[in-house]
Design a binder for this molecule. Structure first.
Ligand SMILES: [Zn+2]
Length: 312
């Protein structure tokens, strides 16, 4: 099961939901998910999903609130692989006396019957705003597999709806961005922490824990990699420095001879030649009296300087 499907399953099963919120979850669901199709010249209002548990959820929520239910059609398609598409049709509900369901959702059929328009909805209570955001995600939201990347998006048929969704998200400190795609507006989040916050707002707590765990493991892996990379880089630097020192000392020995060096430098030069792979501190420990790492470094730098002058 994809992570999206997992979250939607969890969200459709939330049982502790206030009565006030039920309608607003439906508002979120319908505003994002309702579409208009023409059949024999007649407009059909459809909520289409491949998610069985979501179709059941919408069906029973409508029935609970409006004491009537949409007509359900199951279609088997074979476009990519064989799968089932659920169509919840609201056309009859709209034509019957109960058509204020659409009005409640702030959805208007245009005069010529070819499109949908949206009235602004004003949601007062914070709990209901969460429910509205959850509805939108349930309808057209998706999230990438967090093992790979962080991306969450919700698609809206109208830019006005996207703006409204962003506005209510901002009320919870979440700032999604939007982009146009194939005549729809896509509202999206790309940052792990924001996605975690969003899942918290819409009440997907199980999914949130799972995402957090993956983030922790990822973070640790990155940290370990950083440390290893850093240590490798340091080691490389140390080895390169030692090679350079040995090279310079040999050059001095072959040209002017090591005896040309002052006694302190001569001593460290011999030690370095004999121990090309020990650290500066270890070299310092071999001296009598012992010398600090920076003291050893200083002497080796002077040898480097002498060699450089000899070479030019
Ligand atoms: Zn509420």
């Amino acid at each position: 099961m994809t992570f999206s499907l997992e979250i939607k399953k969890e969200l459709s099963r939330i049982e502790e939901i206030n009565d006030c919120c039920k309608k607003y979850e439906l508002v979120g669901l319908m505003r994002a998910g309702m579409s208009l199709r023409k059949l024999n010249g007649r407009p059909r209002l459809l909520f289409i999903t491949e998610n069985a548990s979501l179709s059941r959820h919408v069906f029973s929520r409508v029935k609970e609130i409006y004491k009537d239910s949409p007509d359900v059609f199951m279609l088997k398609t074979r476009r990519f692989r064989s799968h089932t598409v659920y169509q919840l049709e609201f056309t009859r509900l709209m034509e019957d006396a109960v058509h204020d369901i659409l009005d409640d959702m702030g959805i208007i059929l245009t005069e010529d019957g070819t499109g949908l328009k949206y009235k602004p909805v004003s949601i007062k209570k914070r709990c209901c705003r969460r429910a509205y955001l959850r509805g939108g995600f349930l309808a057209t939201g998706s999230i990438s597999d967090p093992d790979r990347s962080y991306h969450l998006e919700i698609t809206f048929p109208d830019d006005f709806l996207a703006e409204e969704y962003i506005k209510y998200s901002k009320g919870f400190g979440i700032e999604p961005r939007k982009i146009m795609r194939k005549g729809h507006t896509v509202v999206y989040l790309k940052e792990g922490q924001e996605i975690v916050d969003f899942l918290n707002v819409i009440g997907a707590h199980v999914a949130l824990m799972k995402l957090e765990n993956i983030r922790i493991v990822k973070d640790m892996r990155n940290q370990v990699n950083r440390i290893v990379n850093c240590e490798t880089a340091n080691l490389e630097k140390t080895v390169n420095a030692a090679l350079r020192q040995v090279d310079n000392i040999k050059y001095i020995a072959e040209t002017k001879g090591l005896d040309s060096l002052p006694p302190t430098l001569r001593e460290i030069a011999r030690l370095r030649l004999e121990n090309p792979d020990v650290s500066l501190s270890e070299l310092g420990q071999m001296l009598n009296p012992a010398l600090s790492k920076s003291g050893v470094n200083h002497r080796l730098k002077r040898i480097d300087d002498i060699a450089r002058k000899l070479r030019t």
